[in-house]
Design a protein around this ligand. Structure first.
Ligand code: BDR
Ligand code: CA
Length: 326
């Protein structure tokens, strides 16, 4: 189905912690899209806390977007949070909490199905584990044909993971869900963790420039990432604030920021402990070869190729961030 010249409607699925929060600000402040819902999923923090964090960010932006609470654990595994990275409350432990807003009573999975059926051509951006989306696909497989783009922050296509050597957090937390989604036929754009490293990190000068904006959103964006900045330095030796979810959001808003990408079958490892959650990208398109039939059959038969982003317009990304916070 072609979805052209339509009002851009976006659903954000998020395990709202510090970088998710900045991504949500970018979306709620953008004149290009209408955010029809934010759906919460367990990941960085428990689903209650993450949903509260999303409500807080919506309040801060003066938005009345509906916020829904979803899956409280991965499909088959125990939840492993990232409080060691983002702080116990996901927002650097500064006591942020919503004052007026509460979550809708509808479950996030129902909200995703309803939104996709109501708004064909909808764009989905996922900032956390893919549990809610996998459950929505199970409940209503027709949503595959209704979604125009599904931008996924997740994966480590260059095999440098941030949780294990092989895997990125969002995919590692719920690899079974990720596999279902990657093999569903949804038009996925994979924004891997590697894109948020090195020159894409918000450095000390850029942090100072954001602080100089002297408004509550800019101040919050820096402060809520205080724990994450320290943890990122411990993890990588790099200084500054790394923002994987806002980079995915920037590409959702402006696809031109993805300067190099290619289409591949991608499968997700769910069996091995060593490589749990690894996003295996068929870079040379050899999955169709006879010797790979058995192992790659499911991805090839059931899935469609995924757009893997390899490089980012870094100046463009940083200017998009600055604009959102101004
Ligand atoms: C992803 O994991 C989380 O910690 C971040 O919010 C981001 O979605 C990066 O691996
Ligand atoms: Ca996230």
């Amino acid at each position: 189905m072609e979805f052209v010249d339509m009002q851009r409607r976006v659903l954000i699925d998020s395990d709202t912690a510090s970088d998710d929060a900045v991504a949500i600000i970018m979306a709620l402040r953008s004149p290009l899209i209408e955010v029809v819902a934010i759906t919460g999923v367990a990941g960085n923090v428990g689903v209650e806390q993450g949903t509260r964090n999303a409500l807080y960010v919506a309040e801060l932006c003066g938005s009345d977007v509906r916020v829904y609470k979803g899956a409280n654990r991965p499909l088959l595994r125990e939840l492993q949070t990232a409080d060691w990275f983002h702080g116990c409350d996901g927002l650097g432990n500064h006591g942020y909490s919503p004052v007026y807003r509460t979550a809708e009573s509808t479950h996030a999975v129902d909200a995703i199905v309803e939104a996709a059926l109501k708004y064909p051509g909808i764009e989905i951006v996922t900032l956390g584990p893919l549990t809610n989306i996998a459950l929505a696909l199970e409940r209503e497989p027709r949503i595959v044909g209704k979604v125009h783009r599904c931008v996924v922050m997740g994966g480590a296509p260059c095999c440098a993971g941030n949780v294990t050597p092989a895997a990125e957090f969002n995919i590692w937390v719920d690899p079974e869900a990720a596999r279902k989604v990657f093999l569903s036929g949804l038009p996925i754009e994979m924004i891997g963790w590697q894109l948020s490293r090195f020159d894409a990190v918000i450095n000390e000068h850029e942090i100072a420039a954001i602080e100089e904006l002297q408004n509550p959103l800019a101040e919050f964006a820096i402060r809520c990432n205080s724990a994450a900045a320290t943890a990122y330095h411990t993890q990588t030796g790099e200084f500054g604030i790394s923002l994987p979810d806002p980079i995915a959001m920037a590409i959702l808003l402006d696809p031109g920021l993805s300067v190099e990408s290619s289409m591949h079958f991608v499968d997700v490892e769910t069996v091995s402990n060593l490589t749990r959650g690894m996003t295996v990208v068929d870079q040379l398109n050899v999955s169709g070869d006879a010797r790979n039939h058995d192992v790659w059959r499911e991805a090839v038969v059931r899935g469609s190729k995924i757009k893997v982003c390899w490089s980012l317009d870094i100046a463009g990304w940083k200017s998009a961030l600055m604009k959102s916070l101004s």
